[in-house]
Design a protein around this ligand. Structure first.
Ligand code: UDP
Ligand code: MG
Length: 317
């Protein structure tokens, strides 16, 4: 029987974990798969770990990892994924915003041959207009700036096939924007739609400050567009400075200037400013390359492989 593991990052989720496990357990009971659950306690301070221990004692399908401190969701998720050994892996939040009841539909798509099945929400119940607006803005700029297109309105709730998981595990960069990484690995990806409910209990760990940080992380780890911006601003302003410099020079040469030394001073300042910005741009370009190298991502993943077989004996030529 194929094995399925559900990875659940949990940070101070004691209020909801019991309910969550109940609902998840009922779903897994009905799946014709060898199921297990792996909780990752991301340095909680509210008895989440004690609860996970209880669940482990009660339900043999359950396992737990306890991180030494709060490392953030992306790291907790990575830790969980690193410890999975299954044919399919589901990633889900503990707060019941991602309904466990959707897992059978994810599994069905996986059975149909997809490697990454992500759950996309059709409505963001319980979220303010501002949150929706900032989310929309983020997805839009991500689409513009980066080559990796991150599916809209998609959280981390998804199913990964074995090879997708193995691919993801090879991405060891430190700044981890999981949504982007899931998209980056490629393979056959598809969406399943659902209605996102408001959080059942406990409170969100994401305030706008953390969301902004996440957004910056997403953009900076999937694009060097901000660096390139420096180059363009440099080139543009040097050109403008050059034109203005010509004008100042021409005017002084023809009519002289009432302020002694002003034209020379102006030319020197404009010249140096332009040179500096350009140099910054050049440094930026190299920095961007260095950054791409330092992520050490694999160059490609192979989805199918049919190499020509070497024929023994005479060649065909
Ligand atoms: N989480 C985590 N570490 C953190 C913050 C959150 O493991 O530092 C977990 C949290 O317990 C939950 C999931 O990540 O299972 C999503 O968090 P949350 O519901 O606060 O985010 P939101 O749904 O508001 O985006
Ligand atoms: Mg949530």
């Amino acid at each position: 029987m194929s094995r399925l593991t559900v990875v659940v990052p949990a940070y101070n989720e004691a209020a909801v974990l019991e309910t969550f496990h109940g609902r998840l357990g009922r779903v897994l009971d009905d799946l014709p798969l060898d199921c297990s659950v792996l909780y990752v306690d991301d340095g909680s301070s509210d008895g989440t770990w004690a609860l996970i221990e209880q669940l482990m004692a009660r339900d043999v399908r359950t396992g737990g990892l306890k991180l030494s401190r709060n490392f953030g969701k992306e790291a907790a998720l990575t830790a969980g994924l690193d410890h999975v050994d299954a044919d399919a892996t589901v990633v889900i939040d503990a707060d019941l915003q991602d309904p466990p009841e959707l897992i059978p539909s994810l599994v069905e798509r996986w059975r149909a041959g997809y490697d990454v099945v992500y759950a996309t929400r059709t409505a963001r119940a319980g979220e303010t207009g501002l949150k929706r607006l900032t989310a929309a803005l983020f997805y839009r700029s991500m689409e513009r700036l980066s080559d990796t297109s991150v599916p809209r309105d998609t959280g981390d709730f998804r199913l990964l096939s074995r090879r997708a998981l193995d691919a993801l595990r090879q991405l060891r960069e430190r700044q981890r924007f999981m949504k982007g990484l899931f998209a980056w690995i490629g393979y056959r990806q598809t969406a399943v739609y659902y209605l996102r409910e408001p959080r059942q209990a406990g409170e969100t760990k994401w305030n706008y400050w953390r969301l902004l940080q996440l957004a910056i992380e997403g953009i900076t780890s999937f694009s060097t567009a901000p660096l390139r911006l420096a180059t363009w601003v440099g080139v543009m302003s040097s050109m403008l400075a050059f034109l203005y410099g010509l004008w100042v020079f021409g005017k002084a040469a023809m009519f002289g200037d009432r302020v002694q030394g002003y034209p020379t001073l102006m030319l020197v300042i404009l010249f140096l400013g332009g040179v500096q910005l350009l140099a910054l741009g050049v440094i930026g370009e190299y920095l961007g390359r260095n950054y791409a190298e330092s992520k050490q991502r694999p160059l490609y993943f192979i989805e199918e492989q049919r190499l020509p077989r070497a024929r023994s004996g005479a060649t065909g030529f």
